[in-house]
Design a protein around this ligand. Structure first.
Ligand SMILES: [Zn+2]
Length: 74
């Protein structure tokens, strides 16, 4: 399984979802399965600016902070 980032083609909602093999992700808002899959953490190049201000002596800066183990991120 892997965490993917999707953009719903119907309502344009962006969301992340854990997808198990053989499972089809659906939009949490409108339940549409017409989704555009974006590449996910942490290999996505744009992810860096999200974490760049994450200081080691501060609590996690956001729900996807690099300090939060990937299995509890949402
Ligand atoms: Zn949707």
């Amino acid at each position: 399984m892997a965490m993917y980032e999707f953009v719903c083609q119907k309502c344009n909602q962006e969301f992340e979802q854990l997808v198990f093999s053989g499972e089809i992700a659906a939009c949490p808002g409108c339940k549409s399965t017409r989704l555009e899959k974006k590449w996910s953490l942490p290999s996505r190049p744009g992810n860096q600016d999200k974490n760049s201000y994450c200081e080691t002596n501060l609590p996690p800066c956001n729900p996807n902070c690099c300090k939060i183990p990937s299995n509890v991120r949402r």
